[in-house]
Design a protein around this ligand. Structure first.
Ligand code: DX5
Ligand code: ZN
Length: 220
């Protein structure tokens, strides 16, 4: 599967989000733009919601990869699909019926993503992966950018990759948290094909060059 790089605007200037999207655009730039939605409840941080997602959508052609770190995704996730997000990912820990939310997202016209925190096992979700287009394996505790990559999570990525192969699933395996030019290769080797990077892109002097460097470093 083609490798995707998804810069996270969490590390960009929130007063200049259109410029942040533009800075990673173009044919060799970002495949997805990762937008972290946090609600002060599921995680101890607050970022942005639907009105801002709609404004970002109107300002760029890069497909939006919305990562919802919120409670009650069954109620809210489909509204992000309706707002034009390409991919909407919510947390398995936040709902009793993730498969139903995945199906609702597809009905609402988006790709569906399931996210798991570092301490959440993959095994209980293996049978429902067919309802999803993306599995997001968190490689830090969700909530903040700039944290250190947790390599101990990578066996879950490998487990997911095996499942994709044995089950012939059409599923992207995304990693998020602490991804930089030093850590991305290990994540790719473990089986990830989609890489979120916030601080490694937006704290760089040249965000577009940082995206290119990540892509080059990911090749297994
Ligand atoms: C953290 C977010 C990440 C964050 C990653 O909860 O989900 O998307 O932006 O930031 P870095 O790449 O700096 O770890
Ligand atoms: Zn994220």
């Amino acid at each position: 599967m083609e490798l995707y790089v998804a810069p996270s605007i969490l590390s960009a200037d929130f007063a200049r989000l259109a410029e942040a999207a533009q800075a990673v655009g173009g044919p060799t730039g970002a495949d997805w733009l990762h937008v972290d939605v946090m609600d002060y409840h599921f995680v101890p941080n607050l970022t942005l919601g639907l009105p801002v997602v709609k404004s970002i959508k109107a300002s760029t052609d890069i497909p939006l990869d919305c990562h919802l770190m919120i409670e009650d995704p069954g109620r809210w996730a489909p509204t992000y699909a309706e707002a034009g997000a390409h991919n909407v990912t919510f947390h398995a820990e936040a709902t009793d019926d993730p498969a139903a939310v995945g199906r609702d997202l597809r009905k609402a016209g988006a790709k569906a993503g399931l996210a798991i925190k570092p301490g959440t096992p993959l095994e209980p979700y293996l049978e429902i992966l067919k309802n999803f287009d993306t599995l997001l394996v968190m490689t830090v505790e969700p909530g903040f950018g700039g944290q250190e990559f947790m390599a101990e999570v990578l066996p879950k990525v490998t487990e997911a990759r095996k499942r994709v192969e044995t089950g012939h699933l059409d599923l992207r395996i995304e990693v998020d948290g602490g991804i930089n030019a030093d850590t991305i290769h290990a994540a790719a080797e473990a089986g990830a094909d989609t890489f979120v990077a916030g601080s490694a892109v937006y704290n760089a002097a040249d965000p577009a060059a940082a995206v290119a460097a990540l892509r080059a470093a990911a090749v297994v």
